[in-house]
Design a protein around this ligand. Structure first.
Ligand SMILES: NC(=O)c1ccc[n+]([C@@H]2O[C@H](COP(=O)([O-])OP(=O)(O)OC[C@H]3O[C@@H](n4cnc5c(N)ncnc54)[C@H](OP(=O)(O)O)[C@@H]3O)[C@@H](O)[C@H]2O)c1
Length: 300
C-alpha cells in the first residue's frame, strides 16, 4: 500500500522542535528572532500568506513586523525599506512577498536584501552557495521537500529523481539539492520543462522520485509514472467544484487518484508539501538570528 506522506503532521513536529530551540536560543542570548515581512499591494491571497507567516512567528516565539505598502509604491520606495531593514540590528530575516506589482523588478528587490537576512533563500549569493554545496539559506519549499523525504524514510541516494519545472523558487533549487553529494541526496537528477512537453512522459516514467512543480492541475496522470515511484506534488491549483461552498477546490499537479495504485509514496494536496514551506521559513529565521548573534560575538 502507498505511503501517504503527511506533511501537516511532519510540519507540526518541526514547529514543536523550533519552539523548543527558539526558547533555548532566547534564554541563552537574550535575542528574539525577528522576521520582517513586506507586502506591496492588496492581493487577498498574499495577505493571507503574510498573516499566516506572522502568526506562525508568534506561535514559535519570534517577533514579526508586517509592512503593507500600496500597489502604487515605487521601486525606489521599496528599495528604501529594504535598505533600512538591512541596517536594522533588531531584524534578522527579511521576506518580500511575491509576486510584486509589475512596475517593480523582483530581481532588483531580491538582490538588495542582505544575503545574511535572505530567509527566503532567493538572493543570488544564497543560490550560488546552494549550487556549490556551501552553507547558506535554502529556499523554503525545496528545503521542505528534502525534509519530507528524509523524515518519511525515503532515501534519494543513487535514485533517479525527475523534477518537472525549473522555476527559481522550486524547480532549480530542488534539482540542485537532490544531486548534492550529501547523505540526504546524492540522486541522479533530470530536469524537465516545456521544452520536453511532447516527450515529458518518456522522462517521468523513468523516475524513482518524481517532483512535480508545474502549476498545471492534475498534469501527471498514471501513464506518466512507473510502479513504485515516490511522488512529491508541489502544485497548488484551484479548480472549479460546484459542490464546494467556495465554488472551487485545491488540487496538485499530480492526478492523485489515478497515480495512487502505482506509487510507493505520495504527498497529498493539500497537506503535503504546502505546510512544510512555512516551517522551513521559521527554521531559516532562527538560523539567521543564530548567525547574527555569532557574528556580534566575534565582532565584539
Ligand atoms: N507548496 C508550496 O508551498 C508551493 C510553493 C511554491 C509553488 N507552489 C506551487 O507549485 C507549482 C509550481 O510553482 P512554480 O512557482 O515553480 O511555477 P512556475 O514558475 O510557473 O514554473 C512552472 C514550471 O513548470 C514548467 N512547465 C509548465 N508546463 C509544463 C509542461 N506541460 N511540461 C513540462 N513542464 C512544464 C515550466 O516550464 P518553462 O520553464 O519552460 O516555462 C516551468 O519551469 C504551482 O502550482 C505553485 O502554486 C507551491
Amino acid at each position: 500500500m502507498a505511503q501517504i506522506i503527511d506533511g501537516k503532521s511532519i510540519a507540526a513536529t518541526i514547529k514543536s522542535e523550533l519552539q523548543i530551540e527558539s526558547a533555548a536560543f532566547i534564554s541563552r542570548t537574550g535575542t528574539i528572532p525577528h522576521l520582517a515581512l513586506l507586502l506591496v499591494g492588496d492581493d487577498p491571497a498574499s495577505q493571507v500568506y503574510v498573516r499566516s507567516k506572522a502568526k506562525t512567528c508568534e506561535e514559535i516565539g519570534f517577533r514579526s513586523t508586517i509592512l503593507n505598502l500600496p500597489a502604487t509604491t515605487s521601486q525606489e520606495e521599496v528599495l528604501d525599506v529594504i535598505h533600512s531593514w538591512n541596517g536594522n540590528k533588531l531584524i534578522h530575516g527579511i521576506l518580500v512577498q511575491l509576486p510584486l506589482p509589475r512596475h517593480i523588478s523582483e530581481h532588483k528587490i531580491i538582490e538588495t536584501i542582505s544575503p545574511s537576512k535572505d530567509v527566503d533563500g532567493l538572493h543570488p549569493e544564497n543560490m550560488g552557495r546552494l549550487v556549490l554545496g556551501l552553507p547558506g539559506f535554502v529556499p523554503c519549499t525545496p528545503a521542505g521537500i528534502i525534509e519530507l523525504l528524509s523524515r518519511s524514510g525515503i532515501s534519494a541516494q543513487g535514485k533517479h529523481a525527475v523534477v518537472v519545472g525549473r522555476s527559481n523558487i522550486v524547480g532549480k533549487p530542488i534539482a540542485n539539492l537532490l544531486y548534492q553529494k550529501s547523505p540526504q541526496a546524492n540522486a541522479v537528477v533530470t530536469i524537465c520543462h516545456t521544452g520536453a512537453s511532447g516527450t515529458l512522459r518518456d522522462f517521468t516514467r523513468q523516475a524513482d522520485i518524481l517532483v512535480a512543480a508545474i502549476g498545471v492541475a492534475n498534469r501527471i496522470t498514471a501513464d506518466y509514472v512507473k510502479e513504485g515511484v515516490a511522488v512529491i506534488d508541489v502544485g497548488i491549483n484551484r479548480i472549479t467544484d460546484v459542490a464546494k461552498k467556495t465554488g472551487y477546490r485545491i488540487v496538485g499537479d499530480v492526478d492523485f487518484e489515478s497515480v495512487l495504485p502505482k506509487v510507493s509514496a505520495i504527498t497529498p494536496v493539500p497537506g503535503g508539501v504546502g505546510p512544510m514551506t512555512i516551517v522551513m521559513l521559521m527554521r531559516n529565521t532562527l538560523e539567521a538570528a543564530h548567525r547574527f548573534t555569532r557574528n556580534a560575538t566575534i565582532n565584539r
